[in-house]
Design a protein around this ligand. Structure first.
Ligand SMILES: NC(=O)c1ccc[n+]([C@@H]2O[C@H](COP(=O)([O-])OP(=O)(O)OC[C@H]3O[C@@H](n4cnc5c(N)ncnc54)[C@H](O)[C@@H]3O)[C@@H](O)[C@H]2O)c1
Length: 412
């Protein structure tokens, strides 16, 4: 028997995940929830969902769906809501998938407190939490993780990652913020949010560090132990940055494996370095991955080695394979309306943020079905967020080196 799953938040991003969650062969039943009746109606009335959706599984708020007999919820609401909503879901006995980041708030102590609270809630309830970080399932990350697991990097030396999303990029952050603010939002009635006295702190791109840090952390299986960062303050008086301490931040980290890490989170810089705006590079003593190139000299000990070989693997070569039944299920999303008899002859192309979306859905659904920790569990997610929080705190102190908190590895 498969699992039952409710989708909470059917806005721009949630809409992209609904057909994948519904189509996964380990999902038997799907439920829909949004505060916005128009967003709900798009899914409730769509015949594509009819084989797994009963109209009684329509919910007008998170409070309502918390009372339903569902195994899991996928929460894809506005970024300041995720953590309290996920805690409420786990308290209500549901495994939970969260859109990134864990939570985005201007108060970085509060961000760390929510990471702690999510981990404690996992421990207390036994529920699974997964952060839907797209970079972890980009082709380059899967490739580097395989190379790392085989020891092909040798000893890790250096890594750098970036998320460069200029406020006026094609996906314009002014428009995104306005659209999210226009959508209704609420945390569940039972959730208590921290209320602080004094002036409201100003934010930073480091409240959303998951795209830039997750590649290095996930591939090296290492976390940051110390952070030092320098921030750049907007100099034009742009109202978009009025409640932001910094528009761009560069951070350095000492990692738990002895490697050095450099991260850029930029919101006021057009274009990008290297081959992508959301990317990372990693150098080891025997292998280096950079801008799609895999350099390897096979060094294992002192002494001369041959000059390195260089490969440029394709995305298809870099991706891990998905099980054939999952590919068949997701073909029904890619080729919606195509007769079953024709699907067998068609290829499946993973799409969405480097093809990560089908992998994220498959990982969460199978983790719940198999009752195991998801790859991007609460402990891993806290490592990403702590790097951002301590970079921001360091930048406020002009680069002072600060210790980065860590909650350890996830229990089995
Ligand atoms: N690369 C990535 O991983 C990536 C890319 C885009 C967006 N995101 C994340 O996805 C999330 C959603 O972004 P979006 O652009 O779709 O936002 P959106 O505003 O379009 O959608 C959010 C939806 O959540 C609903 N909602 C809020 N509170 C609710 C509640 N209590 N009960 C039921 N429904 C509720 C709103 O009505 C809205 O429809 C954001 O947190 C964002 O950070 C991640």
């Amino acid at each position: 028997m498969g699992i039952s799953l409710g989708l909470v938040g059917l806005g721009s991003f949630g809409s992209a995940f609904a057909p994948l969650f519904k189509s996964h062969q380990a999902v038997d039943r799907i439920a829909f929830c949004d505060l916005n009746p128009a967003s709900l109606a798009k899914f409730v009335n769509d015949p594509f969902y009819r084989d797994k959706f009963d109209p009684k599984d329509t919910f007008a708020s998170l409070d309502d769906i918390l009372a339903a007999d569902l195994d899991a919820l996928a929460i894809i609401t506005q970024p300041q809501l995720h953590a309290p909503q996920c805690v409420a879901a786990m308290e209500a006995g549901k495994h939970v998938y969260s859109a990134v980041p864990v939570i985005s708030l201007p108060d970085f102590d509060e961000i760390l407190e929510w990471c702690d609270r999510i981990i404690r809630t996992c421990e207390k309830t036994g529920m699974r939490y997964m952060l839907g970080e797209t970079t972890v399932y980009r082709p380059k990350t899967m490739f580097c993780r395989r190379m790392a697991d085989r020891g092909e990097f040798g000893t890790f030396v250096y890594t750098e990652g970036e998320y460069i999303h200029d406020v006026d990029a094609q996906c314009n952050l002014r428009d995104v913020a306005a659209s999210r603010a226009a959508n209704p939002s609420a945390v569940p009635r039972g959730t208590v949010l921290t209320t602080r006295s004094g002036t409201e702190p100003k934010g930073s791109p480091m409240s959303y560090p998951t795209h830039s840090v997750s590649g290095p952390v996930h591939v090296m299986r290492a976390h940051a132990v110390k952070a030092s960062a320098i921030g750049f303050r907007n100099r034009t008086g742009d109202p978009y940055f009025a409640r932001q301490e910094f528009s761009n931040v560069v951070a350095f980290y000492r990692m738990s494996n002895g490697a050095t890490c450099r991260i850029c989170e930029f919101r006021e810089a057009p274009g990008y370095f290297g081959d992508d705006a959301e990317t990372f590079r990693i150098a080891g003593t025997a292998g280096t991955f950079s801008n799609g190139m895999w350099w390897r000299n096979g060094r294992t000990q002192a002494g001369r080695v041959p000059p390195p070989t260089c490969q440029t693997p394709t995305d298809e070569e870099m991706r891990d394979p998905l099980p054939s039944e999952v590919v068949n299920a997701f073909k029904r999303v890619e080729y919606r309306g195509t007769p079953e008899s024709e699907l067998a002859h068609l290829d499946f192309t993973p799409t969405g943020h480097g093809g990560s979306h089908p992998y994220l859905v498959h990982e969460f659904v199978t983790a719940v079905a198999e009752n195991r920790q998801p790859v991007i569990n609460a402990w891993e997610a806290a490592r990403y967020m702590a790097m951002g929080a301590m970079a921001h705190k360091s930048a406020l102190r002009d680069g002072e080196w600060l210790e980065v908190p860590d909650w350890g590895d996830a229990p089995g």
